[in-house]
Design a protein. Structure first.
Length: 184
């Protein structure tokens, strides 16, 4: 029986009762993608991007939840231990539901990264991460309710906890290099 008060479920309920048929996973992916691409953590620009996905201006309760989500992501990306917690259904949800949410998270991440990415070259490793995310967003139906399916899901989850950190670190490094004036 799924946990009814998980952060994912609470956010899903808030969104659906507010008339926004959007997955919390996709919203979180959008936020993390734009943050990893160098969007910064200014609330108004995040709320504008979120409003596009929500197809309208969020009500105050949704707006406050979105700002809280952004503060959480900012804390994760800027803390010394840099740990990302994905906003996905709990482990007791059916594997198919979790796999669909994982695909939505990847789609959101790619959208956010694409909306924000500046004109600089990415390393081959970073390009590979983005290609992996695109592939993961398409395989959501391939996971089956089995021990192997569960194991595959957990492997992908672990990868997705690390992949954004690589992209965030790389774009941050590129921004710092671009900001340094060269001496001649």
């Amino acid at each position: 029986m799924p946990i009814q008060n998980s952060p994912y479920q609470a956010f899903a309920t808030l969104l659906s009762t507010s008339g926004h048929p959007v997955s919390p996973a996709e919203l979180h992916g959008l936020l993390l993608g734009r943050s990893c691409a160098g969007a910064g953590f200014e609330a108004d620009s995040w709320l504008a991007d979120a409003a596009e996905l929500l197809e309208g201006e969020p009500q105050d309760n949704v707006r406050n939840a979105l700002i809280g989500l952004q503060e959480m992501v900012k804390g994760e990306l800027t803390s010394d231990d840099m740990t990302v917690v994905l906003l996905l259904p709990t482990d007791d949800a059916p594997l198919t539901e979790r796999a669909v949410a994982l695909g939505q998270w990847c789609q959101g991440f790619l959208t956010g990264f694409g909306l924000t990415r500046r004109e600089y070259a990415l390393t081959d490793e970073a390009k590979e991460v983005l290609q992996d995310l695109a592939a993961i967003s398409q395989v959501q139906d391939a996971l089956e309710e089995s021990d192997d399916g569960e194991s595959d899901y957990m492997e992908v989850m672990e990868y997705l906890r690390v992949a954004p950190l690589l992209l965030f670190t790389e774009t941050k490094k590129t921004d710092e290099t671009a900001a340094k004036p060269s001496l001649h």
